[in-house]
Design a protein around this ligand. Structure first.
Ligand SMILES: NC(=O)c1ccc[n+]([C@@H]2O[C@H](COP(=O)([O-])OP(=O)(O)OC[C@H]3O[C@@H](n4cnc5c(N)ncnc54)[C@H](O)[C@@H]3O)[C@@H](O)[C@H]2O)c1
Ligand SMILES: O=P(O)(O)OC[C@H]1O[C@H](O[C@H]2[C@H](O)[C@@H](O)[C@@H](O)O[C@@H]2CO)[C@H](O)[C@@H](O)[C@@H]1O
Ligand SMILES: [Mn+2]
Length: 440
């Protein structure tokens, strides 16, 4: 395989050092000659690059690495774009979470009204990125997109740029499968999931380990402990993640057919989530005081002392997944991944244009979806409601329609009535003045 060029969009992301480490750790099977970081915040990106430079030096000094804010320099002849932008940064995530909570609704990064607000901020910046990539990148490039809210981003981009070479992805199912491997005492690479849904809105319908179903065992564990287990988890030890993994237990007690994605807690346990939230200190605050602070404190220390501690970021499911996927797009290795793709009949009875999260085989020929067939009424009903909500939001953004966006807020399962939806929307319009399309 020829050595590749990768451009990371959102170079200033807290995930960038981990992603670069993941890329370079696979240099024997997925050689990369150049990594470029592109961001609109030059200062933040250059700070993060201080740590990235150390990662490159330590693992693969022959790989060229540089930062840029110039699209041509970033994308010219690039083979892969790894996108991970956060439009409005953590300050706006905090607003999304706190405005919803203030009105008694779930306040979350990608779910509920917070996720819809984040969607309205992200759709058009992502369209701009797609256009720049189309203009400059290598003809057979791939954009692998993590930028959230991935469900809404995927749906909007499929409508606005249907031919873009983009694959939208999420690391949550991978992280859950890592926990499943811990629970079953097996290697995560040996796990094959059956799964359906939308992004952050899906269910595992079977788990195969080396060809044997271990689903019953896992369901029994989840019924008692959720996805928590005795093996220490380097990424999900914070109290909010422990709470999230524990919330799988009540979901399983009530709906024991399938194993839920953890994000379903926001829809199936909405009121409990609101009751358990602190409206003055949300997950955005935890991340700013945790992952972001740890990284930027380390950068500050490096500037003062020249010393750097490689243990302050983790590669985890996030870094591993995106690089594994890129490798499978270049080299036939039987890669099978959960991807967010156009339904086109894969889940029977759901609209063709829904962007669903399902298992797919990936190779240099592209993506082959695995057909799911019919799904039971309860799950179909939940998905249809969420899809309608996301579709109204995308149409609202495309048509600058207040009414459509209000419909989206009202349709969201975390919302009790159109009165609550309108109060949240009107406050979010003010908070997002600098970011949202104008709604009339
Ligand atoms: N899909 C998934 O499963 C998954 C997993 C983890 C993170 N994420 C997403 O990855 C993104 C990054 O997360 P983070 O916590 O590291 O955020 P972060 O705020 O640390 O970094 C985001 C970076 O994006 C930059 N940015 C914003 N708009 C941009 C634009 N138009 N062009 C280029 N750069 C831009 C910002 O300046 C910032 O440096 C978020 O969208 C997050 O939700 C997704
Ligand atoms: O609240 P955050 O910003 O820590 O995480 C939100 C993301 O959570 C899921 O992803 C990862 C996350 O990237 C990683 O840092 C760690 O916490 O594990 C999570 C599960 O693997 C989710 O898939 C993303 O969409 C969220 O942005
Ligand atoms: Mn995700």
């Amino acid at each position: 395989m020829n050595a590749k060029i990768i451009t990371i969009v959102g170079g200033g992301s807290t995930y960038t050092p981990g992603v670069v480490k993941a890329i370079l750790s696979k240099k024997d099977t997925f050689p990369v000659k150049e990594i470029r970081a592109y961001d609109i915040d030059e200062e933040r990106q250059n700070d993060v690059a201080i740590i990235v430079n150390e990662v490159v030096k330590a693992i693969c000094p022959e790989c060229k690495f540089f930062t840029t804010t110039d699209p041509k320099t970033a994308f010219e002849n690039t083979n892969f774009v790894f996108a991970q932008i956060r439009v409005g940064k953590y300050a706006m995530r905090e607003q999304d979470e706190k405005i919803a909570l203030k009105h008694g609704a779930v306040g979350q990064e990608t779910c509920g009204c917070g996720g819809l607000a984040y969607g309205l901020r992200t759709i058009y910046p992502m369209v701009e990125i797609l256009d720049m990539v189309e203009k400059y990148a290598a003809p057979n490039h791939w954009i692998l997109n993590y930028s959230n809210p991935a469900a809404i981003v995927a749906l909007a981009l499929k409508k606005l740029r249907p031919n873009a070479r983009i694959i939208n992805i999420c690391d949550m199912p991978v992280a859950i499968m890592n926990s499943m491997a811990d629970i079953l005492h097996c290697d995560p690479h040996d796990i094959k999931p059956d799964y359906f849904g939308l992004n952050h809105f899906g269910w595992f319908t079977n788990i195969w380990v080396n060809g044997e179903s271990r689903f019953a065992e896992l369901k029994q564990h989840a019924m008692q402990h959720g996805y928590l287990c005795d093996v220490p988890d380097e990424q999900h030890w914070e109290p909010s993640w422990v709470h999230t993994y524990g919330n799988v237990k009540p979901m399983m007690e009530r709906f024991p057919d399938y194993l839920p994605n953890t994000y379903l807690q926001y829809y199936l346990l909405s009121q409990d989530i609101v009751d358990d939230s602190n409206p003055d200190y949300t997950r955005a605050n935890e991340v700013m005081d945790g992952r972001e602070k740890t990284l930027f404190d380390a950068i500050k220390r490096y500037k003062e002392t020249g010393a750097y501690d490689d243990g302050m970021f983790v590669v985890g499911a996030h870094g591993t997944f995106i690089v594994d996927l890129a490798e499978s797009l270049c080299r036939e290795n039987g890669g099978r991944y959960l991807l967010i793709v156009k339904n086109e009949g894969a889940i029977a009875d759901l609209p063709d244009d829904a962007m669903v999260e399902i298992p797919c085989y990936v190779s240099p020929r592209g993506i082959e979806k695995i057909s799911i067939g019919h799904i039971p009424t309860f799950y179909k009903g939940m998905i249809e409601q969420q899809y309608a909500c996301e579709k109204c939001l995308v149409e609202g953004a495309m048509e600058n329609s207040y009414n459509k966006v209000l419909q989206a807020f009202t349709l969201n399962k975390t919302i009790k009535s159109s009165t609550q939806a309108k109060a949240i929307l009107d406050e979010m319009i003010i908070a997002n003045k600098a970011y949202w399309p104008e709604l009339k």
